[in-house]
Design a protein around this ligand. Structure first.
Ligand code: ADP
Length: 266
C-alpha cells in the first residue's frame, strides 16, 4: 500500500523561481492572507523580487488586499506560447484563483482540480525572475494540500496561528502535514498573529484576547522556529480592506514586526 506516493514532478525546478514558500494555517480567519501580503511587501522593500500565488480556493483575498480586485492577468506571448502575466502592485506580482472565478459564486474544487489550476498558474505564467514565490494556501490539511505539496517544488512552509487553543490544535496538524514522509517540506517556522491587543489610551497594557504565547509555546513543543508575533491592530485590518498592506508604511511598529518575521524567513 502506497497511498501518498510522490509524483515525479516534485522537485522539478521552475525556471527563474528561486524559492517557493507555502503559507498555511490550520484554521481559517487567523490572518494567513494578511501575514502573506505583508511578508510579500516587506520582501519587496528589502529588494527581493516577489510573487504571491493565492491558492486559497475557499476565499481568495489577495486581490482585495492589493487593491487589484478588478484587474485580470493579461495573456502574453513568450517564445510562441501564450502565458498569463501576473497582475502587479507595490512591487509584488500576483496570481489568484480569485481572478478565474466569478464573484459571489461558490466553486467546489477537488484536490486534483485545484492542483491543476495552480500548476497552470505557476508553469503557464510569465512570472519572470522571482527570489520568492509565496503560496497563500487554503486553510486546513485536506487533499488539496496534498496535491499542491506533492506537485510543486516547495522550499519551505510558514504556519500562521493565533494563540487560541482551537487554532493551535489545527496549526499543529498543519506542521504535521508538512513533516509527513510523503510531503516532507521543511517548516520554516510559526507566526503568532493577533498575539495581544494594546488600547491606544493604555499603551503599556497588553491584553491577551486569544490567550498568551500559545503559538510561541507550540513552536517550542514541536521544535520548529518561532518567527515572530503580530498584535491585533485595527489599522492592520483596515489596510487589508483598503488594499494597501500595512507594512508598506515606514516607521511603524507593524513595519518593524513584519521585518523581523521576514528576516527570520530569508
Ligand atoms: P485568513 O487568511 O487566515 O483567512 P485573513 O488574513 O483574511 O485570514 O484575516 C481575517 C480577518 O482578520 C481579516 O479581516 C483581516 O483584516 C483581519 N486580521 C488579520 N490579522 C489581524 C491583526 N493582527 N489585527 C487586526 N486584524 C487582523
Amino acid at each position: 500500500e502506497t497511498p501518498n506516493k510522490k509524483p515525479e514532478i516534485k522537485g522539478k525546478a521552475i525556471p527563474g523561481i528561486k524559492n517557493i514558500v507555502a503559507v498555511a494555517s490550520g484554521k481559517g480567519g487567523v490572518g494567513k492572507s494578511t501575514v502573506t501580503a505583508n511578508i510579500a511587501v516587506t520582501l519587496a522593500k528589502m529588494g527581493f523580487s516577489v510573487g504571491i500565488l493565492d491558492a486559497d480556493i475557499y476565499g481568495p483575498s489577495t486581490p482585495i488586499m492589493f487593491d487589484v480586485e478588478a484587474e485580470r492577468p493579461l495573456s502574453v506571448n513568450i517564445a510562441g506560447k501564450s502565458k498569463m502575466k501576473p497582475v502587479e502592485n507595490y512591487g509584488v506580482k500576483i496570481l489568484s484563483i480569485g481572478f478565474f472565478t466569478k464573484p459571489n459564486q461558490a466553486v467546489v474544487w477537488r484536490g486534483p482540480m485545484a492542483a491543476k489550476a495552480l500548476n497552470q498558474m505557476i508553469f503557464d505564467a510569465a512570472w519572470g525572475e522571482l527570489d520568492f514565490m509565496l503560496i497563500d494556501l487554503p486553510p486546513g490539511t485536506g487533499d488539496i494540500h496534498l496535491s499542491i505539496m506533492q506537485s510543486l517544488p516547495i522550499t519551505g512552509a510558514v504556519v500562521v496561528s493565533t494563540p487560541q487553543n482551537v487554532a493551535l490544535a489545527d496549526a499543529k496538524k498543519g506542521v504535521a502535514m508538512f513533516q509527513q514522509e510523503s510531503i516532507n517540506v521543511p517548516v520554516l517556522g510559526i507566526v503568532e498573529n493577533m498575539a495581544y491587543f494594546t488600547p491606544e489610551e493604555l499603551p503599556e497594557n497588553k491584553y491577551y484576547i486569544f490567550g498568551e504565547k500559545g503559538a510561541r509555546d507550540l513552536s517550542e513543543d514541536l521544535k520548529v522556529p518561532f518567527l515572530g508575533e503580530i498584535p491585533l491592530v485595527q489599522s492592520l485590518r483596515e489596510s487589508g480592506d483598503i488594499g494597501r498592506p500595512a507594512a508598506l508604511q515606514t516607521g511603524t511598529p507593524l513595519e518593524t514586526a513584519f521585518k523581523e518575521i521576514t528576516r527570520n524567513i530569508v
